[in-house]
Design a protein around this ligand. Structure first.
Ligand SMILES: NC(=O)c1ccc[n+]([C@@H]2O[C@H](COP(=O)([O-])OP(=O)(O)OC[C@H]3O[C@@H](n4cnc5c(N)ncnc54)[C@H](O)[C@@H]3O)[C@@H](O)[C@H]2O)c1
Length: 333
């Protein structure tokens, strides 16, 4: 089998590639990544020389380039996206380029060159906006709050339209916040670990009461694999582990695991449009495809903290004042 992955030098994509190569011994993978902000060639340096894995540098919005690769693949999974909400607030343009035009080019390449390939578009819970009580289902209205989530929502509706109009074998997954190894240091969990380790204060936006539903990255990868193999064309699958935590409690848990006190926490100005709570109902993928999360939050977080402590040489070249900033949405990117 031949699988085209896009954005495979990012956090989730690189974990997914390693997972698929281990689980499917007959699977050959081509990874297309534009090496944009947040990517890191070192995420997959352990695969160098493996004949079932090929990296091609390129942009998903380059339709001719994608078309040349897509013709004979069986599966396509697209992680490629600009992903950092704070950066989308100060510089939204690149988010439209990758998350809207990039998805459109990918769909055109599929429509014209390989309409029967199975295609999974990796989306996010953020397209639904926030919810104070209850949980969003796949039928919930899209109400994105940030330029990032608006661009992801726009990509999603194009995918649905192409499945309906052109009969593409396309599906969408919408997952909650991921954590685990190889996550770029600007994101909440790695940033907290790295700042704490470096003796810095831990910035918490607002009062720290914003709630996110966390999932260990490998549980997300297993869910995407299930949708790729057995998901129904034109369907959306929510993915969540029902591990809702406030940002403040995440900071406290990490400090506790590092043997540090809560006095390291510093409350900082909240970012504009900050969603209060995300929550997904993932009963559809659980019932239809038999998926469920395997990793408890406590154990997954402990593994993640220990991975960052042991892999300082991985994150050190990626870290600067901007990446570790306490208010990244105020910076010009
Ligand atoms: N991280 C999360 O918690 C989370 C949660 C739900 C959904 N998602 C979704 O999962 C996907 C992957 O997220 P991530 O956290 O691994 O992001 P990431 O920023 O770590 O990786 C994204 C990758 O996409 C590449 N890329 C960006 N634009 C590209 C383009 N035009 N052409 C080719 N490559 C391009 C980047 O170079 C990078 O390697 C995204 O689509 C995101 O919306 C992420």
């Amino acid at each position: 089998m031949k699988l085209l992955v896009t954005g495979g030098l990012g956090f989730i994509g690189s974990n997914f590639i390693r997972f698929m190569l281990a689980e499917h011994k007959n699977c050959n993978i081509i990874n297309v990544d534009a090496l944009h902000y947040g990517s890191n060639a070192d995420n997959l340096c352990d695969l160098g020389g493996m004949d079932r894995y090929t990296y091609r540098h390129g942009d998903i919005s380059d339709e001719a380039f994608i078309s040349s690769l897509i013709e004979d693949v069986d599966w396509v999974v697209s992680f490629a996206a600009e992903t950092h909400v704070d950066r989308s607030i100060s510089s939204p343009g690149s988010f439209l380029h990758s998350n809207v035009m990039g998805v459109y080019s990918l769909l055109e390449a599929l429509r014209n060159h390989n309409p029967t390939a199975r295609f999974v578009q990796i989306s996010t819970d953020e397209v639904y906006g926030d919810i104070l009580d209850g949980s969003f289902t796949e039928e919930s209205t899209l109400k994105p709050s940030s330029p990032y989530s608006a661009s992801k929502a726009a990509g999603d509706v194009f995918v649905l339209a192409y499945a309906r109009t052109y009969g593409l074998e396309a599906m969408i997954t919408r997952c909650t916040n991921n954590y685990g190894p190889y996550q770029f240091p600007e994101k909440l969990i790695p940033k907290t670990i790295i700042r704490a380790r470096g003796g810095l204060k831990i910035p918490v936006y607002g009062t720290g009461q914003n709630v996110r539903d966390w999932i260990y990255v490998m549980d997300h990868c297993r869910a995407v694999e299930k949708v790729l193999m057995r998901g129904r064309k034109g369907e959306i699958y929510n993915i969540s582990a029902n591990e809702e935590k406030t940002n403040l409690s995440i900071a406290k848990s990490i400090l506790d695991m590092l043997g540090m006190g809560e006095d390291r926490i510093e409350f900082v100005e909240d970012r504009p449009g900050h969603d209060a709570r995300y929550s997904l109902d993932s009963s559809k993928i659980r019932k239809e495809l038999g998926w469920h999360p395997e990793q408890s939050f406590e154990e997954g977080l402990r593994m993640t903290v220990s991975w960052y402590l042991q892999n300082t040489s991985w994150y050190k070249p990626l870290v600067d004042d901007k990446v570790l900033s306490a208010a990244p949405w105020k910076l010009k990117w």
